[in-house]
Design a protein around this ligand. Structure first.
Ligand SMILES: [Mg+2]
Length: 119
C-alpha cells in the first residue's frame, strides 16, 4: 500500500480559503494526478466542503470536520497520512490522529511541497 493520503484545511490554508492561504488549488490537482487520496478537514460544515469541491470540479475522497481526522485514518489504508493546515489546532488534531502535520506557511510550504508533490 504505497498511496499517500493528504487532508487539506480550508481557511488560512487553501488559496480559496477565508482568509486565503498559501496552498494553490493546483497543488490539490497535482495530488490527484499522483494518485493520492485527498479531501478536506475543516470547521466548515460538510455541505460547504462538498460545494467547494464541486465548484472546483475535484472529487474528494473525504470531507470531515476538524475533530474527525481519526475517522479518515480508520477509513482509508494509506502508506502515509498528512494534514496541511495553518494553526496549532490543526497540528494538535493531526498529531492526535496519527497524521504528519504540514504547516501552510510560505517557508514550510516550499519544503514539503517538493517532498510530497515534486514541484
Ligand atoms: Mg485554517
Amino acid at each position: 500500500m504505497r498511496v499517500s493520503l493528504v487532508s487539506f484545511d480550508i481557511d488560512g490554508t487553501l488559496e480559496i480559503g477565508d482568509p486565503p492561504g498559501v496552498v494553490p488549488v493546483a497543488l490539490v490537482r497535482v495530488a490527484k494526478e499522483l494518485g493520492y487520496l485527498i479531501g478536506s478537514c475543516s470547521d466548515r460544515p460538510i455541505s460547504y466542503q462538498e460545494d467547494m469541491w464541486a465548484q472546483l470540479s475535484i472529487a474528494p475522497d473525504f470531507t470531515v470536520l476538524k475533530h474527525r481526522l481519526e475517522d479518515v485514518r480508520a477509513r482509508f489504508a494509506a502508506a502515509a497520512y498528512y494534514h496541511i493546515g495553518d494553526t496549532e489546532t490543526d497540528e494538535r488534531y493531526a498529531v492526535a490522529a496519527g497524521f504528519r502535520f504540514l504547516k501552510a506557511d510560505p517557508e514550510a510550504h516550499r519544503a514539503w511541497r517538493m517532498e510530497l508533490f515534486g514541484c
